[in-house]
Design a protein around this ligand. Structure first.
Ligand code: C2E
Ligand code: CA
Ligand code: CA
Ligand code: CA
Length: 277
């Protein structure tokens, strides 16, 4: 096989086969992940840079299949999207996150905004608004305590349907954030057209600030754009004091990243609330 490997004509590769098999195994296992209680939510705090207080959390999904290592969302969310499993999984995520938000409130914790990721496929499904309304109703979570994160690509394809869906969600009182802002095709016109509340500056731009001139320019421009449109700014992937200080100088409202905390189980949030940044 080694000798053949250089020739470039073999299209059977044992490695490829293993990956394909793995993909099928994963796909079948993912079908049962909810009923087998293998999905786990972690929560990553978002801090208000003006007060230093924890203002909310982002719900981040993990999958721990029985007898296997934890699998990250970058691996299984694409499979869930392609198979349509993202619909029941996404509903489980929203319900779990909303129930958690209420549980913290009932435990006497300060109100925390709950940010939940919506994938493109989920966003396009026809019953999305009804599903969100039902989750809020069943868990008793206030719409204003929920922020839905969507990516720019969602707005660009089928803009008319997207606008209608966003108007419905916004009308319910749910906050809307554009995730990974700056990494996709953005038309600034869309920002004006859609009822968006928050821009999240992507980690790839936060990474180089303040030293990298391009990243600094992008972060500065995004913050200025957001503020001129009365949107607030969340910076993700904040890892250093220098990054935080630069974001504060941009009057960026919220920061999230390893500088503050990695994503943690729900039970660890109360302890983090006790520690001031
Ligand atoms: P995202 O929405 O951009 O989430 C931020 C990712 O950056 C998370 O990775 C988080 O753990 C990581 N992160 C946070 N702070 C730092 C930092 O300071 N440094 C570094 N290097 N990384 C940091 P994670 O949890 O692996 O999630 C990856 C992606 O999977 C998310 O990217 C999101 O697109 C998707 N995802 C996660 N949970 C869900 C979910 O419930 N539903 C859907 N549809 N997608 C999800
Ligand atoms: Ca996100
Ligand atoms: Ca993001
Ligand atoms: Ca990102």
């Amino acid at each position: 096989a080694k000798a053949l490997g250089r020739c470039n004509y073999q299209y059977y590769s044992p490695e490829m086969n293993a990956r394909t098999l793995d993909r099928l195994t994963l796909e079948n296992a993912l079908r049962h992940a909810i009923e087998r209680h293998e999905l786990v939510m972690l929560y990553q705090p978002q801090y208000d840079l003006r007060t230093g207080a924890m203002a909310g959390v982002e719900a981040l999904l993990r999958w721990r299949p029985h007898g296997r290592d934890m699998i990250g969302p970058d691996v299984f969310i694409p499979i869930a999207e392609e198979t349509g499993l993202i619909v029941p999984i996404g509903e489980w995520v929203l319900r779990t996150a909303c129930a958690q938000q209420v549980a913290w409130r009932q435990a006497g914790l300060p109100a925390l905004r709950m940010a939940v990721n919506l994938s493109a496929r989920q966003f396009r499904m026809s019953g999305l608004t009804a599903m969100v309304a039902q989750a809020l109703h069943d868990t008793g979570c206030e719409a204003g305590d929920v922020e839905l994160e969507i990516t720019e690509s969602v707005l660009m394809e089928r803009a008319d349907t997207a606008e209608e869906t966003l108007q419905h969600l916004s009308g319910m009182g749910v906050r809307l954030a554009i995730d990974d802002f700056g990494t996709g095709y953005s038309s600034l016109a869309y920002l004006k057209r859609f009822p968006i509340d928050v821009l999240k500056i992507d980690r790839s731009f936060i990474c180089g600030i303040p030293g990298d001139a391009n990243d600094a320019a992008i972060a500065t421009a995004v913050a200025a754009l957001a503020h001129s449109m009365q949107l607030s700014v969340v910076a993700e992937g904040v890892e250093t004091d220098e990054q935080r200080n630069f974001l504060m100088s941009l009057r960026c409202e919220y920061a999230q990243g390893y500088l503050y905390s990695k994503p943690v189980p729900a039970g660890a949030i109360a302890a983090l609330l006790g520690t001031m940044q």
